[in-house]
Write a protein that binds this ligand. Structure first.
Ligand SMILES: [Zn+2]
Ligand SMILES: [Zn+2]
Length: 173
């Protein structure tokens, strides 16, 4: 007699989906954002969710017109104010960063986690790295104050070119 293993009866019950620290999938980050808003008593409406999802999926910063184009796929009536209002909300909630260096927006890579105050922005492709540099930020804060200015942003943007982009331009004729 051959002992055959019975065919699988349905999908496996175990779905190890709780490696939260590592799997920063878009779905996970979106859930985090929804929870974050609930805790703050605000609401991530479908339009706000969609704008955030676009930024999360892009993996780089997006400009307003890029977001508007993408929004129109789902919301044909979407107008610039639709996008700008959603972006304002998401910035307010700390879910995305507004980048003056490239005039674009990027999803925060670490909403619920670590403090970061330094954003390195690739001015070619819009990729962003979030860093924590409290010492430098403190020094900058003091210098700004000593110069008679008041700091209005909690993050410092640094314009740079990422490795990918610099390699591309190096190999170009
Ligand atoms: Zn961030
Ligand atoms: Zn780049």
């Amino acid at each position: 007699m051959t002992s055959r293993t019975p065919p699988d009866s349905g999908p496996p019950q175990e779905q190890p989906h709780h490696h939260a620290a590592h799997s920063h999938s878009v779905g996970y980050q979106l859930l985090e954002a929804i929870r974050h808003c609930e805790q703050r008593g605000t609401r991530l409406t479908p339009i706000r969710q969609h704008v955030l999802t676009l930024l999360l999926e892009a993996g780089r910063s997006l400009k307003a017109y890029e977001l508007l184009e993408a929004m129109k796929q789902l919301y044909p009536q979407a107008k610039p104010p639709t996008v700008y209002r959603a972006l304002d909300f998401l910035v307010e909630e700390g879910l995305i960063h507004r980048l003056d260096a490239v005039n674009a927006w990027t999803a925060c890579q670490d909403v619920s986690g670590h403090h970061h105050d330094l954003l390195i922005v690739c001015t070619r492709c819009g990729k962003v790295a979030e860093l924590s540099a409290p010492l430098i930020s403190h020094q900058l804060h003091d210098m700004i104050q000593a110069a008679g200015f008041i700091q209005t942003t909690s993050e410092t943007e640094l314009r740079a070119i990422c490795q990918d982009c610099s390699q591309k331009s190096a190999s170009a004729p």
